[in-house]
Design a protein around this ligand. Sequence first.
Ligand SMILES: O=C(O)CCC(=O)C(=O)O
Length: 312
Amino acid sequence: MKDAGNYIVPKLAKIPNCTEVTMAGKKLVFGKTIWQLEDSNHLLGDISALRRQMDSAGYLLLRGFFDPVLVGKARSEILDYMSSQNVLNRGQEAVTITQATASPNHHRLRFTHSVIQQLSGFLEVVNSRQILSFFDSFLGGPSMSLDHKWLRATPPGKNTGAHCDVVYMGAGTKELYTVWTALNNISLNMGPLAVCLDSHRHQKLRETYGASDAHEDLLEGYFSRDPYEIIEKLGFRWASTPFQAGDIVIFGVYLMHGSLDNLSDKFRLSCDTRYQLVDADVDWRHMGEHPDQIPKAKKRISIQDARANWGI
Ligand SMILES: O=C(O)CCC(=O)C(=O)O
């Protein structure tokens, strides 16, 4: 990202108004029901400005944050693993797999903690000095990453419903930040991350849904699968953008987000990893040798019942 002290910001064209995308099968239109995420690369090097931007916008989009060579190495490992699981269409690429094109009989692949431990190139990116140094200065002290890493190969046809991360990992500090990283180039029709602008400031949402725990209280952590329900009931505006491999979005635990539909024939490759101060409270469920095997309460309530109670 850095060249002789200057940050190189890849130029991505503005998304034309009226461009259509879908979320859970419902059409969203740029300029009408969805807007473009804005990058904060110009603020790099000014940590106070980055903090202010996080407070006001709720996210930081940093283009080209990770070294493309490191990301490329991580992606090759991931594609090799996916190929070994027979989910990729090899086409002409019998020797080296470079594309995440889905095979006709592909399925959703879960990257368990034990699989991830074997992906050293991937771990080199998400545990890199580069990202930890960023958080050391952003948080004002030594930082760490939760052991639980979410590596996603989102297949064609799928998307992620709207949720806030606090319901999944809110048992420690609330000064916990997600870094969502694009591991391949992700066009708008490959189901990129989508966030709800200003949702981190919705007090009632924070005090109700945002004060619950998906593992202990709720049947499912998604607040809704319907993008229009979010717009109409909460007044939020969706925002997204195409990504290039190595771009990141950083956001806090109260920002509502999900993803657009992957309408392509490729897997969307991304990961989301979490960072906090070493000295702050830790959600221990996401740490240790089995950080992805989180105990669930026996009797849980549904999000619908919970929302009816909260009146949102
Ligand atoms: O990548 C996705 O589809 C969802 C990502 C997400 O939920 C997160 O970063 O917390």
